[in-house]
Write a protein that binds this ligand. Sequence first.
Ligand code: T46
Length: 326
Amino acid sequence: MDTAKRYLVTGAAGFIASQVCQQLLDQGHQVVGIDNLNDYYDPRLKRHRLEQLGGNSFEFQELDIENAAQLRTLFDQSSFDAVLNLAARAGVRYSIENPVVYETTNSLGNLNLLQEMQRTGCSKLVLASTSSLYAGQPMPFREDLPVNTPISPYAASKKGAEVMSYSFHNIHKIDVSICRYFTVYGPAGRPDMSVFRFIRWIDEGTPIELYGDGTQSRDFTYVDDIARGTILAVKPLGYEIINLGGGGTPVSLNTMIEMLEQRLNKKAIINRQPFHKADLMETSADITKARDLLGWNPEVDLAEGLDRSVQWYLENQPWSESIPLP
Ligand SMILES: Cc1cn([C@H]2C[C@H](O)[C@@H](COP(=O)(O)OP(=O)(O)O[C@H]3O[C@H](C)C(=O)[C@H](O)[C@H]3O)O2)c(=O)[nH]c1=O
């Protein structure tokens, strides 16, 4: 084990960040986790994730990265070896209905953290970003593609956070790793995302709301792999943008639905909806840079990852079927 460090993980009750906390704790580190526990989706799911993170090395505080005064107090109380900023408004389609909270959480919240890091001399930031930025670019997506035309307020707000982080790197020498995630899924996943919802709908016999004809595809990435890559990105790198994605052949929604049907031993009913204009038709990650800089490769393929996701859903019934779908 490396020497034990003290890390700040934001959005700690979230799907990815809670797994990042778990892996840091497993490695023997101290973790301060913060989250505003907002009700975009059922806070019981957030508390369920937090309950898995016991032990003396984990401290949770209900704090909002949008609140600069709260952050100031936190940074005055503790010093951190690195900040992993995974607190986010992350729903692609909801960002059209409420773009302001995307800007205030994703861009301004990240700026608040950068300012506290600069003030207190914390020099390492890992920022969670998104493959949604690659809309319209040729596949497989490489980090050096121009991503100046984000098609959703969500993607635009993450681009804002990326470039402000660059400014702080340039002026204040903060070392920044930007991880661009590709559609992440797994146990206790986000109930606004396709995998969680499709498991639920197939199991219940409720029609799946399918945007488009299901031929759109994703480079689905399992949550444990994403968390491992995020932690590897804590190393000093200067300023680097790194894709964390499946890196294999993207899988269509139709295929993903068939795989879930097999696991649940039930047939899906499809309720077709128009393709959403903030959606990408395909995503595929070039992960050469993650391999070269981090020694990272995804380890859990979609078959195994969906097994585990379905198993979590079934093991947590009847509670898991009572979680409202936003
Ligand atoms: C929730 C839902 C989705 N879909 C379709 C829409 C997309 O074409 C596809 C995947 O949607 P999902 O929300 O699972 O994932 P992405 O749109 O790729 O976005 C996700 O991955 C990126 C990288 C992030 O950064 C976002 O935070 C994250 O939400 O399924 C449906 O057809 N029905 C549904 O109910």
